[in-house]
Design a protein around this ligand. Sequence first.
Ligand SMILES: [Ca+2]
Ligand SMILES: [Ca+2]
Ligand SMILES: [Ca+2]
Length: 156
Amino acid sequence: MKTQTKANILSTVLLAGLVTTTAWAATPVLTDTDNDGVISAEEIQAAREQAKAARLTQFDTDGDGTLSDDEKSAMKEARKAERLSLNDTDGDGRLSRAERRAAKAARRAAIETQLDVNQDGVVSDAEGAGFDQIREERKGRKHGDRKGKRQSRDTE
Ligand SMILES: [Ca+2]
Ligand SMILES: [Ca+2]
Ligand SMILES: [Ca+2]
């Protein structure tokens, strides 16, 4: 007999399984490289670097190893178009607030699926620690990191 909470998390994960391949092709693929059972902050960072490198290869049209302004704007357009085509549920050509919110939730779910290394349907504290660390670092850079943690826990 499973607890209610666990059932909820499981259905979220199930949903994420459907969206990872389609809705968020841009989500970095997180790998437990050192096989210690958790995705560490370093492993997330590595995935980011890899995604960045892949982006560079894809959009560095003239192959000079950097993205010019033109190439950058081409990349932005492409990502915008991709995001739109994947998340514009009602097909009106723009992302409504609800569609944006759904996209964000799907992305979060996709990340959680990847963090759940032992695939038991729950992101344990240990499994989530690396991601939390990165999230806190980013948040600290943008604006003070006061209520962030409690809030994200409530929306889970
Ligand atoms: Ca690891
Ligand atoms: Ca729309
Ligand atoms: Ca887990």
